[in-house]
Design a protein around this ligand. Sequence first.
Ligand code: BTN
Length: 328
Amino acid sequence: MNNNRIIELLEEQPQQYVSGEALSRELNISRTAIWKQIKKLESQGFQIEASRRLGYRLVSKPQKMTLPVLLSKLEGTSLVRSIKLLDSVDSTQNIAQRLAEEGAPEGTLVIADHQTTGRGRLGRSWVSPAGKGVWMSLVLRPGIPLQFAPQLTLLAAVALCRALKSVTALEIGIKWPNDLLIGGKKISGILLESTAEDERLRYIIAGIGVSVNLERTDYPPELHDVATSLLIESGQKIDRSDVVAAFIRQFEHLYALYQQEGFGPIRTLWEALSVTLHKPARLYSPAGVLEGTPVGLDERGALLVRNSAGDIVPVFSAEMTFPDGERQ
Ligand code: BTN
């Protein structure tokens, strides 16, 4: 409630500072309480400039994605059967999984403005501030054997790479298996979570996170050297619904191709977009550390790595680093 009133008061003075004292008088709360409310507003996507001397100034309001705009941008596509557009959730993966358990069909899409506990691969957390990124999960029921599920991770990476290239003019490449990088820094993440019964795949939740309009200050310091956003790289704010629509278009096309022709065409596209083939790498997996040079994918979707003895070793899952420097 206080939050809305603060925004109203700031909006009454467009582009002007309103002193903390005036806000505190108007809302009848302490200046520390005002500062806490301002922090909360910032976490909701409001950009507010604070000056010790002058007070607070509203720079921009969060751009909300709306259903009518999204639907109009998805015109002509058929994969997405229903869209749940939510404000703040723990993780879109959890919501989509619950819907899938309740029988939601393939093509159920969950999009949130903000995630409080967005999750990434290997148990990591995923920075998902309000109004600044695309945080979405898509329910898939592909009718393929469980062991082929990793192929869809690679397919999603190709779809997202092509989508981001279509909405920006940026050079974007894929780091195995599915990170998209600009100048060596991560711009998005893909997390496919499969649910199976007796080795039969029931459904997959494809989680897509794109750091669209994040600023440097949105990231914790430890991520400054490894993560970036489309805004930081291009200097331009990008409409998040354009990113959603571009991804769905690309994914729909590649998913149909995969179902008709198998993994072959996806493998070729992935290899062409990869920025990590033919460079010495170190791969960490529960089986140990493997040093070698990735040379391509096999027909199952495993990364083929040539080791120092010249043998080709297939790797399905690992954390990859580059001894010669992380930047590509
Ligand atoms: C990675 O570690 O690279 C994968 C990150 C995946 C993040 C997305 S954001 C939408 C969906 N919800 C989550 O909690 N995670 C995925």
